[in-house]
Design a protein around this ligand. Sequence first.
Ligand SMILES: [Zn+2]
Ligand SMILES: [Zn+2]
Length: 301
Amino acid sequence: MGFIEAIFGASATVIKRIRTAQQLVRNYIAGLVDEVLQERVAENQPASNPTPVTVNIQIDIKNIGIEETDLEKKWSRDGSLKQSDIEKLEELKKQREDKFEQWQKAKTQEVVTEQATNPDTYETSFLNNDKVHILQFQMGQVVLEKRCVCGRPMILQHRNRADGSIFLLSDFFWSCVGYYNNQCRGTQSFQTQDIGLMHKANILELQLSNTELSQSFTRPLIQKTVVRLRQHLREEDKDILCPIHHVPMVLREKDKSNHSNIVLDMFYLQCPHFQCKQIVKLKSLAQIAAFLHRKEERGIL
Ligand SMILES: [Zn+2]
Ligand SMILES: [Zn+2]
């Protein structure tokens, strides 16, 4: 798709081949409308007010999960399932994947329409090693318009730095969602040259450099942040979906015995599906800011 590398579900877009500061959001928007909306119109989809579509599909996906859980609990309790139930489980998984495909199309249209109709509320940041937090702000989100060679969507990951050194842009990569089902181990490296991210302009944390962001996170602010995060425990984050079940993950706090009382080691999102072990750790300031921003329209600052 031309110069769009990926679109994040919470409305940010990775743009490639951005070389000059003159290539501003407005120009980009015009291209975006051409590339994506025309494509959708050709598919005879309504171009306005798509929000209810994604909401309704999410409800369908949840209901599929509930039906599936009944059978999974039966399986776990009895140690076996009759053939017709096993077939039913397979059918439900297939239904969910179909629904998720529909959701991705509707969501792409929703995001693009939002960006195209409100261009003044967006700005583009050029990514470099002191802007990695802008990318970290998007971690865990469903990625649209970014496909693995196998056809599945990909999500943004970064390699871990066990020594605690700061992240570089080259630490990031795309990973196939099929990885979580043991179906595909596809990865793609994250392009680090001429790359921009168009994001909402009203996010304070994204106006700072990565270093400035860490420096502004003072002790009193940390305490306030923990209090605010705790108010959202057990709540869904509608932009972070389980890569297997495609339902919103839920905020949890680690057991007290299990964390070192450092805010970056205390909170995570977990899939609410029966026995699902998928989690997304909130292990950077940018991720915590993003979570709070999605919940309260205000980050950590
Ligand atoms: Zn794949
Ligand atoms: Zn799950």
